[in-house]
Design a protein around this ligand. Structure first.
Ligand SMILES: Cc1cc2nc3c(=O)[nH]c(=O)nc-3n(C[C@H](O)[C@H](O)[C@H](O)COP(=O)(O)OP(=O)(O)OC[C@H]3O[C@@H](n4cnc5c(N)ncnc54)[C@H](O)[C@@H]3O)c2cc1C
Ligand SMILES: NC(=O)c1ccc[n+]([C@@H]2O[C@H](COP(=O)([O-])OP(=O)(O)OC[C@H]3O[C@@H](n4cnc5c(N)ncnc54)[C@H](O)[C@@H]3O)[C@@H](O)[C@H]2O)c1
Length: 505
C-alpha cells in the first residue's frame, strides 16, 4: 500500500487535497456498481484518497441483478439447448437420448446466485486491498458544494470531488403491476423462481431477447409483446432480420408488434393466470387480452437518481437522467444555458449516455482522469455492445440505417462488406455456420464506421472491430493484418479483405 500523497499526479491540485486536512477525501463516489468501482480503482491508482458510498449493494446492477447472473443463466440454459439438439449432435457423430438431458431449476438458479456472490466478494476485496474507504450507507449531496452526507448516520464528509454513480432500475410502464413473482422485471426473473410453461415477454430489447433464449432452452413457450412495429427495434435491421430467423422463428416463440401491454395483472402459479391487456400503439384501442403463466417486463431502465440531494444542489434532471458534458462533469440542467457544477461528475447508467457495464466503468476512469487535470473524453462511437443469445449478436457504431443518414449529412460515401460464418472452417467444424459480419466504412478514407455481427462468439469477435474504430484503423490496414487459422476471426478477415476487393482464402 502506497500512501496517497506519494502517488498523486503532479497536475493534481495539492493545495486543496485531503492530505492537508481540508477535506475528508479527495474523491467520494456515490454508488458502487461497475461504474463506481471502476472510478474507485482508478482513483486509488492515482493515489487519491477515496471513499465509496455503497448503499449496501456492492457490485450494483451488473454484478447482482444484471450482466453476471444473466450470463450464468444463459450459459447453463444454453448447455441444455445444445445437449437436447439431437439432430445437431448427430451431425457431429454423437448420439444422445434427448430425455436423458435433465436440469434442476434450483441448480441453475444457484449457479447464477453463487456466481453473483463470488464476483461481489471479489469486488469488495479489491476495494479494500487498494485502500478505498467503503461506507455502507447511501450517500446524498447536501445543499453545500463538496459535501456528501451518509444518509444512514447523518454524518457529513467534505470531499474535493464527488462522482455520482447511482445507476438505474427497471422501468415498469403505467398499468403494469409487477409483483416480482408472476409478473416480474429482470430483478425477479434472475432468481428463476419457476420456469413458466408460457411466458409473455414485454419488450424485445437486450433483456427480452436474452431471456427468450434462456426460457426456450429450458422448455418454455414465449410470446413477445413489442410496442414498436418491429421486433428488436434498436438493432441494425439486417441483423434483426437474421436474428428473427435464428433466434425466433425456429423456436417456440410468437409475437405481437405495434401493441402496448397496457394493463398487466399478476396471477397465482398453477391457479390463476396473468392477464395482459394490449392496446394498439397508434389508435390506443384494445386489441387482445392474453392469459399466460407469467409475464416478464423488459421495457427499459430508468435512472436511480431520486433521494440523493440533486435538487438541493440546484440540479434539474430529465426523467431522472443527469446531464453531463464530455468530461462527465454534471451540468445544472438539460437546457442550452446549463452550467457546469464544479467538482461534481456523473457516470454510468444515470447519465443516459450508454447503458452498458463497460461504458459505466470507462466513464469512471475518464472522470478520474479529468479530476487529475488530464483532459479525457470517452469515445462512445467505439464502445461495443453484445447480446448474449445463442448465437450472439454484437455491434459497434451506428446501424446501417443511421450510417446512411450520417453519410448523406456529412458528405461521405458508405461502403459495406460482409463476412460469412458459412464459409468459415472453425464455424463449420462446430456445426455453427449461421450468421454474418458486416463492416460499414467510409469509402473515401477506409475508416471503419460500424460493425454488426450475428453468429457464434460474436461478442468476442467485435473487440477487434471496436479497437479499429477507436484507433481509426482503415479497412486497407485491417485487410493486411493476419488472422489465425482456423478461427472465427477469419469471418472478420473475409469482411475486411472484401472491403478492399481482396479475396480471402
Ligand atoms: C438483466 C441485465 C443484464 C445486463 N447485461 C449486461 C451485459 O451483458 N453487458 C453490459 O455491458 N451491460 C449489461 N447490463 C447493463 C449493466 O448492468 C449496467 O449498464 C451497469 O450495471 C451500469 O453500471 P452503473 O455503475 O452505472 O450502475 P449500477 O450497476 O446500477 O450501480 C449503481 C449502484 O449505486 C447504488 N446506489 C444508488 N443510489 C445510491 C446512493 N444514494 N448511495 C449509495 N449507493 C447508491 C445502487 O444501489 C447500485 O448498487 C445488464 C443489465 C441488466 C438489468
Ligand atoms: N447484453 C447487454 O449488453 C445487455 C443485456 C441486458 C440489458 N442491457 C442494458 O439494459 C438496458 C435495458 O434493457 P431492456 O431490454 O429492458 O431495454 P431496451 O430499451 O433495450 O428495450 C425495451 C423494449 O421495450 C419496448 N417497450 C417499452 N414499453 C413497452 C410496452 N408498454 N409494451 C410493449 N413494449 C414496450 C421498447 O419498444 C423496446 O423495444 C438496455 O439499455 C441495455 O443496454 C444490456
Amino acid at each position: 500500500f502506497v500512501p496517497a500523497s506519494n502517488l498523486r499526479p503532479a497536475s493534481y491540485s495539492m493545495a486543496l487535497s485531503a492530505a492537508d486536512g481540508e477535506f475528508d477525501f479527495d474523491v467520494a463516489i456515490i454508488g458502487c456498481g461497475v461504474g463506481g468501482h471502476g472510478a474507485a480503482l482508478h482513483s486509488r491508482a492515482q493515489g487519491l484518497s477515496t471513499a465509496v458510498f455503497a448503499g449496501g449493494d456492492v457490485g450494483g446492477t451488473c454484478v447482482n441483478r444484471g450482466c453476471v447472473p444473466s450470463k450464468a443463466l444463459l450459459a447453463a440454459s444454453g448447455r441444455v439447448r445444445e445437449m437436447r439438439d439431437t439432430a445437431h449432435l448427430e451431425s457431429l457423430g454423437i448420439q444422445i437420448d434427448e430425455d436423458a438431458v435433465q436440469y434442476s431449476r434450483e441448480g441453475i438458479a444457484n449457479h447464477a446466485k453463487n456466481l453473483a456472490n463470488k464476483v461481489k466478494g471479489n469486488l469488495e476485496n479489491s476495494l479494500v486491498a487498494l485502500g478505498c474507504d467503503v461506507i455502507e450507507g447511501r450517500g446524498a449531496l447536501t445543499g453545500n458544494p463538496q459535501e456528501v452526507m451518509d444518509q444512514s448516520t447523518g454524518k457529513i464528509y467534505k470531499c474535493k470531488d464527488i462522482i455520482l454513480a447511482p445507476g438505474s432500475v427497471p422501468f415498469v410502464p403505467p398499468g403494469v403491476i409487477a409483483d416480482e413473482k408472476t409478473v416480474y422485471t429482470s430483478d425477479g426473473a434472475l432468481e428463476l423462481q419457476f420456469v413458466p410453461e408460457w411466458v409473455a415477454i414485454i419488450g424485445s430489447g437486450y433483456i427480452g431477447l436474452e431471456f427468450s433464449d434462456v426460457y426456450t432452452a429450458l422448455g418454455a413457450e414465449v410470446t413477445f409483446i413489442e410496442a414498436l412495429p418491429n421486433l428488436m427495434p434498436t438493432f441494425d435491421r439486417e441483423i434483426a432480420k437474421q436474428a428473427e430467423r435464428l433466434l425466433i422463428r425456429d423456436r417456440p416463440i410468437d409475437y405481437r408488434t405495434g401493441v402496448f401491454a397496457a394493463e398487466v395483472t399478476p396471477g397465482i402459479p398453477g391457479e390463476k393466470p396473468v392477464t395482459i391487456k394490449m392496446i394498439d400503439a397508434q389508435t390506443k384501442e384494445h386489441v387482445e387480452t392474453l392469459e399466460v403463466d407469467a409475464a416478464m417486463v423488459a421495457t427499459g431502465r430508468v435512472p436511480n437518481t431520486g433521494n440523493m440531494g440533486l435538487e438541493d444542489r440546484g440540479i434539474k434532471t430529465n426523467r431522472g437522467f443527469v446531464n453531463v458534458n464530455e468530461k462527465m462533469q454534471v451540468l445544472s440542467s438539460h437546457d442550452e444555458d446549463a452550467e457546469v457544477i464544479p467538482n461534481l461528475y456523473c457516470i454510468g447508467d444515470a447519465n443516459g449516455k450508454m447503458m452498458l457495464a463497460h461504458a459505466a466503468s470507462a466513464h469512471g476512469i475518464s472522470a478520474i482522469e479529468n479530476i487529475c487535470g488530464r483532459e479525457h473524453v470517452v469515445n462512445h462511437a467505439a464502445i461495443p455492445a453484445a447480446c448474449f443469445t445463442h448465437p450472439e449478436i454484437s455491434m459497434v457504431g451506428p446501424t446501417e440505417e443511421q450510417a446512411i443518414e450520417m453519410a448523406q449529412k456529412e458528405g461521405w460515401t458508405l461502403g459495406k462488406s460482409q463476412g460469412n460464418f458459412r464459409a468459415n472452417s472453425k464455424a463449420l467444424a462446430e456445426g455453427e455456420g449461421n450468421g454474418i459480419a458486416k463492416v460499414l466504412f467510409k469509402k473515401e478514407t477506409g475508416e471503419v464506421v460500424a460493425v454488426h455481427i450475428i453468429g457464434l462468439h460474436a461478442a468476442d469477435l467485435i473487440q477487434e472491430c471496436a479497437n479499429a474504430v477507436a484507433a481509426g484503423t482503415t479497412v486497407q490496414e485491417l485487410s493486411m493484418m493476419v488472422h489465425t487459422h482456423p478461427t472465427l476471426s477469419e469471418v472478420m478477415d473475409e469482411a475486411f479483405k472484401g472491403a478492399v476487393g481482396m479475396a480471402s482464402h
